[in-house]
Design a protein around this ligand. Structure first.
Ligand SMILES: [Zn+2]
Length: 298
């Protein structure tokens, strides 16, 4: 894009308010966010270093953005008000089992969240939402003054992103993991948008069972102890990779192949493949696919 005289910026959104514990009381499902801001800061450092290296290698600017920062942007209150006004029809698509849209906020005293927003009350103009905490009672947030206090489930957050960028004065390409392709995006998102974004899906990195690595890591910290025992922890941690002096440019060179050999975009990677890559096992890696020099026409 820079070659065409356009400015490109990569925005790395880190949606940092993942759910923690969950409980059901009197038929209402509550959850509490992970109190891991300190932990996030620990990993953010390596993440920033990686982005900085990539930015220098490819000459593209980047910015890291956390959830609260995105929700504090101009235009978000209007998006939230639109969602609240249309909540009944949206809920038929996005929350058919509960019939109530997952608009949430953590209690200011104990961070407890009514997961499906079943006890929410909305002002008629969509400006105020009153939430219910089973311990501390009602509390309210304004879509105008406190947009960063609002929380959503995945599909609703995705719609908020879609609505927000529909009105953006610049072009926007969304890049996300290919496990979101199909139903999540094309079915649940695009039906609501008049100007849908172009979405590019990234490869998933899977383990030997075919599971997405980072999902398994998030759910079970000991999921990959066998890799640690096999001296392959560097595949899971940027810090370990650096400490062991692995050459990460081997990975960048693999990714650069996607430009000239775009058929490589339509595949996933296993940890085993990445390990062979770092071992520079050229023979094995070269046998994936042989591309004809001319496109097949018959
Ligand atoms: Zn509370």
């Amino acid at each position: 894009m820079a070659d065409l005289g356009m400015e490109a910026v990569v925005m790395c959104d880190l949606w940092n308010r993942a759910k923690g514990e969950e409980m059901t009381v009197d038929g209402v499902v509550y959850q509490r966010g992970l109190h891991d801001t300190g932990k996030l800061q620990t990993y953010l450092h390596g993440y920033e270093r990686l982005l900085k290296d990539l930015s220098e290698r490819y000459g593209v600017r980047y910015k890291v953005r956390l959830e609260e920062e995105f929700l504090s942007m101009d235009g978000i209150p209007q998006v939230l008000q639109k969602v609240i006004r249309d909540r009944e029809s949206l809920a038929k698509h996005l929350a058919p089992s509960t019939g109530s849209l997952a608009i949430r906020a953590g209690c200011p005293h104990c961070e407890l969240v009514d997961k499906y927003g079943v006890n929410n009350r909305y002002s008629a103009d969509g400006l105020e939402v009153s939430f219910h905490c089973r311990v501390h009672g009602r509390f309210s947030y304004s879509t105008q003054k406190d947009p960063q206090r609002f929380l959503f489930n995945c599909q609703l957050f995705n719609l908020i992103l879609g609505y927000f960028y529909e009105n953006a004065p610049y072009n926007w390409i969304e890049i996300c993991g290919s496990d979101y392709a199909g139903f999540w995006q094309e079915q649940l998102l695009w039906r609501f948008l008049s100007k849908p974004a172009i979405i590019v899906y990234t490869h998933l990195v899977s383990d030997w069972l075919g599971n997405k690595v980072f999902k398994s890591l998030y759910q079970q910290k000991t999921a990959y102890d066998y890799l640690v025992k096999a001296d392959q922890e560097y595949l899971l941690s940027y810090e370990v990779l650096g400490r062991e002096g692995k050459d990460i440019s081997l990975l960048w060179r693999e990714i650069e192949l996607w430009v000239d050999q775009p058929y490589r975009l339509f595949r996933d990677y296993t940890l085993h493949y990445l390990h062979l890559l770092f071992q520079q096992e050229k023979v094995l890696l070269g046998t994936i696919h042989t591309q004809a020099s001319e496109p097949e026409t018959e």
